[in-house]
Design a protein around this ligand. Sequence first.
Ligand code: GLA
Length: 720
Amino acid sequence: MIIYDESAKSFYLEGKNFTYALRVTPDGYLTKDYFGKKIARADLGYYKPEWVKSFNPVIPGSKALFADIMQEYATAFLGDYREPALIPCDGRGVKIADLKYDSFRLSPEKKPVSSGIPTARGGETLEITLRDFDSGLKVILYYTVYPDLGIITRRAETVNGTDGEIKLERALSFTLDLYDSDFELLTLWGHHAAEKTPERIPLHHGRTTVGNVRGTTSANHAAFAALVRPETTEEQGEVYASALLYSGSHYESAEVDEAGRTRLCAGINPESFGWTLSPGESFETPEAAICYTDEGIGGMSRAFHDFFREYVIDPKWAKRRRPVVLNSWEGMHFSFDHDRLFDTIDALRGSGIELFVLDDGWFGARSNDKAGLGDWYVNEEKLPGGLRAISDRCRENGLEFGLWIEPEMVNPDSDLYRAHPDWAITVPGRTPVASRNQLVLDYSRPDVLSWIKETMYRVISEAGVSYIKWDMNRPLTENFSRFLPAGRQGEVQHRFVLGMYELARFLTESFPDILFEGCSGGGGRFDGAMLAFFPQIWTSDNTDADDRMQIQYGTGLVFPLSASSNHVSLSPNIRNGRIIGAQTRTDVAFLGTFGYEFDVRKYPADEYARIAADVEKYKKIAPLVLEGDVYRKGMRPRDNACVISVVSKDKSSAYVTFYQALNPHKTKPRFTVPGLDPDRLYRIEELDLTLPGSVLSQLGLVIPRFRGDFCTASFLLTAV
Ligand code: GLA
């Protein structure tokens, strides 16, 4: 609910469990009065901490200090010296935006953005217009409240209402001022094959920042940051978190000032950004989903999961069980031909697997990663009869067919690059910087974008597929486009991201029945904006079940299990040689969108034989895994054992996975089950037990000893 109280000049944004209160000060500034656990509506103007007493700039014509305002969208160089959201620069080099309250508008429906950046669906939206009455620059702040969740979304639009050009040097999505600094900062760092490792550190006076300038979300830092109280645990305590719906270079920062206040902000990374606005033009920032909860890290995860499932992922796919795939990559890499593919497809008949994905290597001169990207024609030498023949073979065997593409890239060793070297992001006169032997196509160029749209449309419509895996295997470098004038080169990265969204929107809308899976060397571009196009994303190239417990945990802190694509692969694991049994590998992959990735010729017969039953089991648990609420105990690698409990919304059933890394001497595995209704009785068929939820969550279960390390036990609980 959003309420404006004229007498208090205050806005109250009220969600399920929070109040977000804003007020217009007597000097005309928009200040944040409060954000936190829901409170009664009151005039909060009485609360005047007057933080920063001495030697601080005074608002002209007033006695108040700039530094005392809890600026809703902070600007710089007037006297609030904390991190700004916006730095505009006019033709004289003046970088001031003295933003005062102008007006507001309440709309029952959220307005779509015109830049093409995906935003969450939603209802009641508040637009507050701030204006620099001297220059004419305008900023519109958008707030959408999700009344059933502890979440609001925020974004900002800067309108050049001046009569000259304005260059934006930064335009973050939000600043969020809080009264104290009794927080730790929780972020998710990582690298290829080790994505989304939680890191929790105390704040200090000054700024603590994460982010990257790679031009893509990246495996190195997720576009996420949370302020958590030092005492906050998995199930208790306050959390203020931001998840950005953006897939380019991002930036998250928490600053503690000399008055002990904290300012959290997030948005496009200013280091690799600049944007020129002609008079009348506007710039829209990505949207941030901001969560408040006092139910701990778990409460935050459940709020984000609901948010992405209900308001971001296409409702057609969000809660639908996706086909169980066999992906060709780990099993074959580039070494396949017609016969090997046909043998694989034939071997899958009746296995339980529902869709075969032909990964990298089917096009151009692509027999390794050195050549062929950009030449999106099937390699008829390798695959006589083309993709249709493979697709037909799949259907004859009762399978659907899926295909890998990497549309944003080009190998210098390709016909495309030989014909259009200027289509890649490189600098004339300098040797192009390659990564995985490839360059990035310049999507800020309309000609490149229309070529790739046509090309991908042709590939997808001819291939006979019901699934596409869209990969992106290198970050941006050079950040230079031949298409843009010198003064606009700061726009390259963001224009690239906008071009990518345009292509993603075009293809997903052109092929509404095709399931798109995102990928970027694993989970390198696992962010809220990609989920608007791709209901599932390949979580990591690391399929080792133990490493994966950590990677899936970190991913699941923010993103729903339904979005996390997980595959069972061969043991010993191809990446780290770890030997883990089929049961564990399957149970771990069950905690998301389930599939396989192995060489059928090497897969042990007993493991192959269990696939059909495992797929049947997955079909049974999928509604819980894809729609339920997640409760966790412990995390790998910090803890030897952990529990993941996925509970239906009405608490009538739960699917519980217990994971133990090393097998301790003597003691049997013991664990409690979080998330159940304490007052209901639950039947656990596998253990022939019926127990109250309170007993299961307090005393818990004891199960027989495992034989060996890296073991799981999983149970379906049904309320009786
Ligand atoms: C990336 C992906 C893999 C696979 C390869 C193909 O590494 O993450 O799953 O598709 O590219 O080159």
